[in-house]
Design a protein around this ligand. Structure first.
Ligand code: SF4
Ligand code: SF4
Length: 532
């Protein structure tokens, strides 16, 4: 790997690393507008210009400079600072300077870099060049061409990521203007990323603009639960209210992107479909009453007629806890997991991120089923129900009745979940679980990557984390799995289920870890030499 020197600090980086990323590794932030780690190099903003001390000469842009042995650069020499100041003056020459009413304020690179590298007095004597403002260019986007600095990130996103190519830079010199062809609109499912990557306030999100100044927002790292891809996100919230989801970089999962469906997933948190209180036979009840009633109902039936259904929308911790509760308290009961989507699940799918499987934790439930061969799948459950072997279903989140339809007529249901669905609506007893933004836990994405969700909000209503509801149910039945928090539940799971062997929340960090490979089968004994 090449060794380079940045401001006198030596660092070894993988071959092919550009000097913006190399500098970041060495702890130096090189300002830039047009460079984006997941787009091609355009090299048009010139803001990342650095001075070469050795291994070349003069000034070069860092985004297009690859690390090579012997290369030494300075990111803060007087010459570099002068170039940045001049670039800032050039970019701001025709800019409307409408920061007080611009929704990018607080996360605008023009603002930030002006304070760090600009700070000049305007020398402009002529009127500024006017451009189109407030253009409605897509269902989720507004474009203000006067604020654009022609970095071409949005153009490259359309050309290289979605392949839709709607945005173009038209005209020349200071009349260069970002726009779309007349009569066209941006209609793909990844529009929000354009607002994310625009480094200034030219492209803003209709769903977020003017809702909240960004400096008031807290951010919590989590994972989108809209489908099995498990895109990494930041939950942006204030005082218990979410204002937006933003993609969080994870090169092994979603790079820097997320789809618009997932981006708006936060609207479920406060939706009318939330389950906030326990219900027994259609009547609201205290949570403790609900748990007692659930335990009594389970004790009152023949254990062999009970089916516990692990949730493909439940956390790994909750599925493990439910499996433990079933095995410890009702060993004759069946345990199942269901592979399919819930009825009415959104249906978009593509080769970029959106998966046909809309369950955030199918792979996690599957890993548990692989661990215990006695765990049946959805087909086994459907057979058992149709044959009349199941008199009581204990369901974690999933809409099992929506899939089984009339086959489960007369089967009593105990539902633990955060959202209403056919199963929750028909259940005898409902226990309210928290939304993924209200609890800690893990999901395993379609590629088998175990990733953390983190609590960003207080629990709504009487809801408790799904694993904790199961823990309380187990305790009421006589034996809970013994986890006092989500981290302990995960540790216990990892100590028992090989696919998660030895993992801890700390190991998972921000980007998650792949499930452990199943242990290889023992080699067959060597063949005996044939008898002479
Ligand atoms: S609209 Fe934004 S992303 Fe597109 S070229 Fe202009 S500044 Fe860059
Ligand atoms: S692709 Fe799936 S996981 Fe990613 S943002 Fe969209 S819904 Fe969420």
């Amino acid at each position: 790997m090449p060794i380079v020197k940045i401001n006198g600090v030596e660092i070894e980086v993988p071959a092919g690393t550009n000097m913006i990323d190399a500098a970041a590794k060495a702890g130096f932030d090189i300002p830039h507008y047009c460079y984006h780690p997941h787009l091609s190099i355009a090299g048009n903003c010139r803001m990342c210009t650095c001075e070469i001390e050795a291994g070349g000469r003069g000034l070069e842009i860092a985004c297009n400079m690859q690390a090579r042995d012997g290369l030494a650069i300075r990111t803060d020499s007087p010459q570099v600072k002068a170039v940045r100041r001049n670039v800032m003056e050039f970019l701001l020459k025709n800019h409307p300077l409408d920061c007080p009413i611009c929704d990018q304020s607080g996360e605008c690179r023009l603002q930030d870099y002006y304070m760090e590298h600009g700070q000049y007095e305007s020398r402009l004597a002529d009127p500024k060049v006017g451009k189109h403002k407030r253009m409605d260019i897509g269902d989720h986007l507004v474009l203000d061409a006067e604020r654009c600095i022609a970095c071409s990130r949005c153009v490259r996103f359309g050309d290289e990521v979605t392949g839709t190519g709607e945005l173009r830079l038209f005209n020349r010199t200071d009349h260069t203007e970002i726009g779309i062809f007349p009569g066209e609109r941006i209609s793909h499912a990844y529009q929000g990323n354009l607002a994310d990557i625009c480094p200034v306030g030219a492209i803003t999100s209709k769903d977020f603009r003017f809702e909240k100044r960004v400096w008031y927002l807290d951010e919590t790292d989590s994972v989108c639960t809209g489908c099995a891809t498990g895109c990494n996100i930041r939950v942006c919230h204030q005082q218990g209210q979410v204002f937006r989801y933003m993609p969080r970089r994870n090169d092994a999962v979603n790079k820097s992107w997320m789809c618009d469906h997932g981006r708006l997933g936060w609207q479920d948190i406060a939706s009318l479909r939330r389950v906030l209180r326990a219900r027994i036979d259609g009547k609201q009840a205290e949570l403790s009453e609900g748990i007692r009633a659930a335990a009594a109902a389970l004790r009152g039936v023949d254990a062999s007629s009970v089916a516990f259904v692990l949730g493909t929308r439940a956390t790994n911790e909750a599925n493990w806890a439910l499996w433990k509760v079933a095995r410890a308290n009702l060993p004759q009961a069946g345990v199942y997991w269901c592979q399919g989507n819930d009825p009415g699940a959104w249906s978009q799918v593509d080769d970029l991120l959106m998966d046909a499987d809309k369950n955030p934790n199918r792979a996690g439930a599957r890993a548990l089923a692989d661990h215990d061969a006695a765990i049946g799948d959805g087909t086994d459950l459907a057979h058992a129900v149709r044959e009349g072997k199941v008199r009581m279903l204990v369901v974690l989140h999933d809409d099992v009745l929506g899939r089984l339809e009339d086959a489960a007529e007369g089967v009593a249901v105990l539902h633990l979940g955060s959202q209403r669905n056919t199963t929750a609506d028909k259940a005898r007893i409902v226990l309210p679980a928290t939304h993924p933004t209200e609890q800690d836990g893990t999901f395993t994405n379609r590629a088998g990557r175990v990733q953390r969700i983190r609590r960003a909000l207080p629990a709504a209503g009487d809801a408790l984390p799904d694993w904790q509801l199961v823990e309380l149910l187990g305790a009421a039945l006589g034996k809970g799995p013994g986890a006092r928090d989500a981290a302990t539940a995960f540790k216990l799971l990892a100590g028992e289920v090989k696919a998660f062997a030895g993992m801890t929340y700390k190991d998972l960090g921000g980007g998650g870890l792949p499930l452990r490979q199943p242990e290889p089968l023992p080699s067959p004994p060597p063949a005996q030499p044939a008898a002479p």
